[in-house]
Design a binder for this molecule. Structure first.
Ligand code: ACM
Ligand code: ZN
Length: 598
């Protein structure tokens, strides 16, 4: 029998390229096992523990979604994945052990789930003619407790099916927090039973600004609408819980409130009718600080807290221009009565009332770093987005913080310097930079550093009109962030990550997740000489080849082969077009350099 089994293995090695298991995020600790298990030999899955039945089923759902055959749920003595609950294991920690032809996954419920997500990656990461052979035992646990990804559904609405897919994407990367940005100037997206106009009016806008035509304004004449009913939200919360993802809802206040004020203008300072905003940017229309508005927001939060079991409720707090407050008798009276020196202190007073209320319900608020201005509310956590300073200040004041600095964590920024990228917000946040991020600022001492819960990638949707565009901007930068947050300082470096990402793309392909192939970009060194431009091309990986043309045609594998380190001389009025290929398949965008006559 043993000989028969090794014969099978032998043939597999001849006909297939085999490689050992890798994951994203990279596992913390692994040791070579005495046993080797070809991934395709696993046919069964089994647990004795009622608590792990959901994890087992969810894992099989992941396989089905990736067009893979689910494992048969059956107790078997070989070729079986066995799930074991360890009541003493830490949250999110797991062990994987190869035992004869079986794979044992042991841990807490969330830990076993993450072990299964590793297994899911192994079962989906091979290309045709490749085989994965499990060779390592693993012990794994995360560096940070807040491993987040955000989505703005205010600027554009995304259907529930996509929200679920987004949660799947988080879970398969061992990310555990989905920050759902539900309200903004351009749309209110959550049903609130006590205030039906929030969605009847606030979830619809007549059009959006066309590209970046701010001045003069040009609209696209295309209405945008949509909201989530409370029933849909309950269903999504349950769906996320099965994937060990906590949803943190965000209700913006006092700024980014124009859609709410289109529905209920009485909660603004001037009470003037307004419309759901069609532009991007920061609207002057903010909530008035009067008692009626605070009561309205408490009512809204009552329904929100009932729907979302998360400890944290995000209350926004960013980008609230104070011009309306300066002119408003009610706001000015509020400042006088409460001895507030300026409008920043009035914003703090506003947030403090919300903080007290949310705290009285056993929950905590988190807000963008502007909530530090004018004094931080007693129990508030801070989400640092204007750089790291907000997070640093919060930690020094012994308040929790989540790092989301624009330069590292804003995935609505460009990820590729190529001119052929789809229109985006601006900025440039390449994947290498995300991978190099350390959420603990150097200026914090170890006791302050404990207040940094983790980090989060943000996807603002001004320029993300469809879900495939959200996926493209999120991935693979989120893969890099997942490794920063899970593996932390144990991560093995960007070059190693890039190689694993190539296998990981097979998983994303099978799940029909769209992503950027920016890691395949060709880089170049360019010099001007008497003969023309002298160019040296750098391939992204050693195993492929670059082909190029100088006659304006698209490169193919029949074009000129680029010899590594050689110089291409580009005469005047000539265009170099180069592309990177692996196994005769184009992998990169076409790289273009022109030498134009001045
Ligand atoms: C933000 O990007 N306005 C938090
Ligand atoms: Zn006011």
């Amino acid at each position: 029998m043993l000989r028969f089994f090794s014969t099978i293995l032998f043939f597999q090695f001849i006909f297939f390229k085999s490689f050992s298991q890798t994951t994203i995020p990279f596992a913390k600790e692994s040791t070579t096992s005495e046993t080797k298990i070809p991934i395709d030999s696993l046919s069964y899955i089994f647990t004795n523990t009622q608590e792990l039945k959901d994890e087992l089923e969810t894992f099989n759902t992941f396989l089905k979604n990736a067009n893979q055959k689910p494992l048969s749920v059956k107790e078997n003595d070989k070729n079986t994945v066995i799930l074991i609950l360890d009541k003493n294991a830490k949250e999110e920690e797991y062990h994987i052990q190869l035992k004869r032809s079986n794979v044992e996954i042991t841990g807490s419920e969330s830990g076993v789930f993450y072990g299964l997500m590793s297994l899911f990656q192994w079962m989906t990461q091979s290309a045709e003619k490749e085989k994965i052979v499990l060779k390592d035992n693993i012990h794994d646990y995360p560096n940070f407790s807040w491993r987040g990804l955000h989505l703005d559904v205010g600027r554009h609405f995304f259907p529930t099916g996509f929200i679920k897919k987004y949660i799947d994407i988080l879970a398969m990367h061992k990310m555990n927090t989905f920050h759902w940005h539900l309200t903004d100037d351009q749309g209110w997206r959550i049903e609130i039973k006590k205030y039906p106009l929030l969605t009847a009016v606030g979830s619809k806008r007549k059009e959006s600004i066309l590209e970046k035509n701010f001045d003069p304004y040009i609209g696209d004449k295309t209405p945008v609408e949509g909201f989530y009913t409370q029933e849909q939200i309950k269903d999504i919360v349950k769906y996320a819980a099965l994937r060990h993802v906590t949803i943190v809802p965000e209700i913006e206040m006092p700024g980014h409130a124009q859609a709410a004020l289109a529905a209920y203008p009485e909660f603004s300072c001037d009470k003037e009718p307004t419309e759901v905003w069609t532009q991007w940017g920061v609207s002057e229309k903010i909530f008035c600080s009067k008692d009626e508005t605070i009561q309205f927001l408490k009512d809204v939060l009552d329904e929100v807290m009932e729907l979302f079991p998360s400890q944290y409720i995000h209350i926004g707090g960013d980008e609230a221009p104070k011009n309306a407050w300066k002119k408003c008798p009610a706001c000015q009276r509020n400042m006088k009565i409460n001895h507030l020196k300026n409008e920043n202190e009035l914003q703090s007073y506003f947030i403090e009332q919300i903080d007290e209320y949310v705290t009285s319900k056993g929950k905590s608020i988190i807000g963008w770093d502007e909530i530090l201005e004018g004094g931080l509310a007693q129990n508030a956590a801070v989400m640092s987005w204007r750089g790291e300073q907000g997070g640093i200040e919060a930690a020094k004041q012994h308040h929790h913080a989540v790092m989301s600095p624009g330069g590292y964590c804003y995935f609505d920024h460009y990820q590729d310097s190529s001119k052929s990228e789809p229109l985006a917000f601006g900025g440039f946040t390449p994947i290498e930079k995300v991978y190099a991020y350390n959420p603990i600022p150097k200026t914090l001492n170890p006791s302050e550093a404990q207040y940094i819960l983790g980090a989060q990638g943000n996807l603002w949707s001004e320029y993300l009109q469809v879900s495939s565009q959200v996926e493209y901007m999120a991935l693979p930068r989120m893969c890099a962030l997942s490794e920063v947050l899970w593996t932390g300082e144990h991560r093995p470096g960007y070059e190693n990550f890039k190689t694993r990402l190539k296998h990981h793309f097979n998983t994303l392909d099978k799940y029909q997740i769209y992503y950027s192939r920016v890691i395949y970009n060709i880089k170049a060194d360019e010099k001007t000489t008497a003969k023309g431009k002298e160019i040296r091309l750098i391939a992204p990986f050693k195993e492929g080849q670059i082909f190029y043309t100088l006659d304006n045609n698209h490169p193919t594998t029949h074009s000129t082969f680029y010899q590594a380190n050689s110089a291409i001389i580009l005469p005047k009025n000539t265009t170099l077009k180069a592309q990177y290929f692996e196994n005769n398949q184009a992998k990169s965008k076409i790289f273009i350099i022109k030498n134009e006559n001045e």
